[in-house]
Design a protein around this ligand. Structure first.
Ligand SMILES: Cc1cc2nc3c(=O)[nH]c(=O)nc-3n(C[C@H](O)[C@H](O)[C@H](O)COP(=O)(O)O)c2cc1C
Length: 199
C-alpha cells in the first residue's frame, strides 16, 4: 500500500502529557485539529511536522486527519484548527474548499457561528516559488475569519509553506522547521485562550 493511500485510511492522535500530573486540578488538554488535503504527500509531510510542533507544547493533543475524514465532533471539540492545502491554480484545492463549505452543509456552523473564538491557522505547499502559496493561506484564513475564528500565523507571515517542484529539491529542513513553529504557535495561543476563558 503506498504512503498516500495508507494515510488516507488512517488518522493520528498525538498527546504531549509530559507536564501533566494526574492530580485532580490537571486541566484538560488543549486539542488542536491538523487537517489537510494531499495527493502526492507534500502537504501531508508538512501536516505531520505541524502536529509535531503542536505536541512539543506540554498539555496538548493533536488530531491529524485528512479533510474528508473530519467529523462534526472533531471540529467542535477542538480548541484550534490548522488547515493545509496544496496550491491548485494559485488557490486552495477544491477538496479544501469543499471542506470549508461542509462546515455549513454538513455541520451547520451558521447562524450560531459555532467555530467562533477557536484559533485558526494555515499552511500550504506549492510547486513554484511564487505561484499562489500566500493566496492559498490567505483564502484559508479568510474562511476562518468569516467563521469569527481567531487567526494566527507562525513559521511565515501567513503560516508555514514549502516549495516542492522545479528547482526546489522538495520540502527542506527549514520548511519543516517552519511547520513545527506554526504548530507550536497555535498550541501556545490556544492554551492562553483556554486558560483565560477558564477564569
Ligand atoms: C491541478 C494542479 C494545479 C496546481 N497549481 C499550482 C499552482 O498554481 N501553483 C503552484 O505553485 N503549484 C501548483 N501545483 C503543484 C502543487 O501545488 C504541488 O505539487 C504541491 O506540493 C502538491 O501537494 P501534495 O503533494 O500534498 O499533493 C498544482 C498541482 C496540481 C495537481
Amino acid at each position: 500500500m503506498n504512503h498516500a493511500l495508507s494515510s488516507a485510511l488512517a488518522f493520528s492522535i498525538i498527546f504531549n502529557i509530559a507536564s501533566w500530573s494526574w492530580a485532580e486540578e490537571a486541566p484538560p488538554p488543549v486539542k488542536v485539529l491538523v487537517t489537510y488535503h494531499s495527493l502526492s504527500g507534500n502537504t501531508e509531510r508538512m501536516a505531520e511536522a505541524v502536529a509535531e510542533g503542536v505536541t512539543s507544547v506540554p498539555g496538548t493533543l493533536a488530531v491529524l486527519k485528512r479533510v474528508g475524514q473530519v467529523t462534526a465532533d472533531d471540529l467542535f471539540s477542538s480548541d484550534a484548527v490548522i488547515v493545509g492545502s496544496p496550491v491548485y491554480w494559485s488557490n486552495m484545492s477544491g477538496e479544501v474548499k469543499t471542506f470549508f463549505d461542509s462546515w455549513q452543509f454538513k455541520f451547520g456552523v451558521f447562524p450560531e457561528f459555532k467555530m467562533k473564538n477557536k484559533v485558526g491557522a494555515a499552511f500550504a505547499t506549492g510547486g513554484q516559488i511564487s505561484s499562489g502559496k500566500e493566496i492559498t493561506m490567505l483564502t484559508i484564513l479568510a474562511a476562518m475569519l468569516g467563521n469569527q475564528m481567531i487567526v494566527v500565523s507562525g513559521g511565515g507571515a501567513f503560516g508555514a509553506s514549502a516549495t516542492t517542484e522545479g528547482d526546489s529539491p522538495g520540502i527542506d529542513k527549514k520548511e519543516l522547521a517552519d511547520a513545527k513553529a506554526l504548530g507550536r504557535r497555535v498550541a501556545d495561543v490556544a492554551k492562553l485562550i483556554s486558560k483565560a476563558s477558564a477564569q
